[in-house]
Design a protein around this ligand. Structure first.
Ligand SMILES: Cc1cc2nc3c(=O)[nH]c(=O)nc-3n(C[C@H](O)[C@H](O)[C@H](O)COP(=O)(O)OP(=O)(O)OC[C@H]3O[C@@H](n4cnc5c(N)ncnc54)[C@H](O)[C@@H]3O)c2cc1C
Length: 491
């Protein structure tokens, strides 16, 4: 056991949303924190354009809010000041028909937040801690975990620089270098799956009303969806009264649109009501200018190496974005890691050696949850692009919602468990499967009995109103059935 009592030093690699939140938690615990980020500082004028190349806005829900709240006092409230509540999905039929589907039965909502604002707020909060240093334009190249050495390339000077730390946290996203470095040392199980769909972002600008004021072109308190079974478009509101639309569809469909005419034909066929919102000229410009992003799911285990390194956020579990949980789950990683540090009494000074156990516990506890949400995120793509217009799905939703209202502890809709609670993802998934089983076991016989009863009642009514039809049918049907029977016997 070490006898020195100097401040412990954590190096957090990756200054995305999850990495900066981790900075706040470790700074609060009194560790000496160094954040290393590949890109430039977003807060410096003129850098935003280069940094924010993807998903302009994100859906923030209960897990993310809880982690923000416990990071520093009132951080969740500050974020909510900039957020727009979305109380449900607005389903667009394409021809302009709209149908609202509330997310929660008690009026719960998720929030649309802009990545830029959230990043800036987190960075400004981190900068207030005396024990935090931030290094931008530093790209991690290699680590030697056993001696706590990190090698970076300083992108500004082009020089190699070295730093040392007691603990290295990899929050460096889906293509994590820290993860790759851990894989060289540990027998890590790893899988990566690209889906065949890509995404492209478009903007619905604010509309100008009769008084010359800008306003939202659609209801801002909904997440808008144009579901088309095998592909879809969604739109989330921004504070400047615009919407960010994301078109998700197979690469081949994107590739098939080669000219402006192809594009307009495609939009007229599938998303006609969106054309006036997007604006024909703007749509043509943005469609061919904006990048198409690919989507993938990453699963791996373990997340840690001894008491030396751990990966969190997309570095540990990148998921497809259809449950709006990537960031929320990453934020919850940080909160859970902090809770485990508390349980294991890990202090900011080098006076114990339970850190390895704490990191091991983190992998043990978090892995089943990360796997569950990665799988649920895949499942939710089908729900968003197709099930939302399927009568059976809508019936189950209705039944679950009613039962939840009556027995809030007994039956909880999946969406509520994932987005409006901090329940473990794995528990939510198991509960949902159990609920599905019982709904089928009880619901199907009930539905069959109900259908049989309605047919019988209809039949009795018909017999009462048209007795002559029944007499005719029964005599003919009877003789026909007898002849079929005789025929079968002779055969
Ligand atoms: C289209 C789309 C929509 C989404 N919508 C939602 C949503 O609605 N809700 C939600 O919760 N999530 C959503 N997500 C997921 C969310 O964006 C991610 O889960 C989240 O950004 C992960 O944060 P992170 O900090 O772990 O990784 P990242 O945001 O990827 O940050 C990683 C950081 O590490 C830096 N870095 C990388 N390599 C190095 C290196 N070698 N050295 C130093 N720095 C490095 C990068 O520059 C980056 O800043 C969406 C994702 C997409 C693609």
């Amino acid at each position: 056991m070490s006898t020195s009592f100097r401040e412990r030093h954590v190096a957090i690699v990756g200054g995305g949303l999850v990495g900066i939140l981790a900075v706040l938690y470790f700074a609060k615990r009194g560790w000496a924190v160094s954040l290393f980020e590949l890109r430039e500082d977003l807060r410096v004028q003129g850098n935003k354009k280069n940094i924010l190349h993807r998903s302009i806005n994100l859906a923030l829900s209960a897990r993310g809010l809880s982690a923000l709240k416990n990071a520093t006092h009132g951080l969740d409230e500050k974020v909510l000041e900039f957020a727009i509540p979305m109380k449900g999905r607005m389903i667009h039929s394409g021809e302009g028909k709209l149908k609202s589907q509330p997310y929660g039965v008690f009026g719960e909502c998720i929030y649309s937040v802009e990545r830029e604002i959230l990043l800036e707020l987190l960075l400004n909060t981190a900068a207030k801690f005396m024990n935090v240093k931030m290094y931008f334009q530093h790209q991690l190249k290699r680590c030697d975990f056993d001696i706590g050495k990190l090698e970076f390339e300083n992108k500004k000077t082009g020089k190699q620089v070295e730093y040392s730390a007691d603990l290295i946290i990899g929050a460096d996203g889906a293509f994590s270098t820290v993860r790759t470095q851990i894989m060289r040392t540990v027998r890590m199980d790893y899988s990566q799956e690209y889906i065949s769909h890509a995404y492209l972002e478009l903007i619905v600008p604010p509309k100008v009303n009769d008084n010359g004021e800008e306003e939202f072109a659609m209801d801002p308190n909904h997440l808008h969806i144009w579901p088309l079974h095998s592909f879809m478009m969604i739109a989330l509101p921004n504070r400047n009264k615009s919407f960010t639309c994301t078109l998700f569809m197979p690469f081949e469909k994107f590739d098939a649109i080669k000219t402006e005419d192809d594009l307009m034909e495609f939009f007229k066929k599938y998303f006609p009501d969106s054309i006036p919102l997007l604006g024909e000229d703007r749509l043509k410009k943005e469609y061919f200018r904006n990048p198409k992003g690919s989507l993938m799911s990453v699963k791996c285990k373990p997340y840690h190496y001894k008491d030396r390194a751990i990966i969190i956020g997309d570095a540990a579990h990148s998921m497809v974005p259809f449950y709006g949980q990537g960031m929320n789950c990453g934020f919850q990683d940080v909160e859970i890691l902090d809770g485990i540090f508390e349980e294991y009494n890990i202090s900011a000074v080098r006076n114990d050696d339970k850190l390895a156990l704490a990191l091991e516990e983190y992998t043990r506890r978090r892995y089943p949850d990360a796997i569950s949400i990665c799988d649920l995120a895949m499942y939710n793509y089908i729900e968003m692009r197709s099930s939302v217009i399927n009568p059976w799905y809508l019936l189950r939703r209705q039944v679950e919602g009613t039962l939840y209202r009556l027995f809030p502890r007994g039956v909880i809709p999946l969406y509520t468990m994932i987005s409006f609670s901090t329940m473990r993802y794995s528990e939510a998934m198991q509960r949902w499967q159990r609920q599905g089983f019982w709904l089928n076991m009880i619901g199907l016989p009930l539905l069959t009995a109900g259908a049989a009863a309605s047919i019988w009642i209809g039949y009795c009514q018909f017999r009462r109103v048209y007795p002559w039809v029944m007499n005719y049918l029964s005599s003919h049907l009877h003789s026909n059935l007898v002849s079929i029977y005789l025929c079968l016997l002779s055969y």
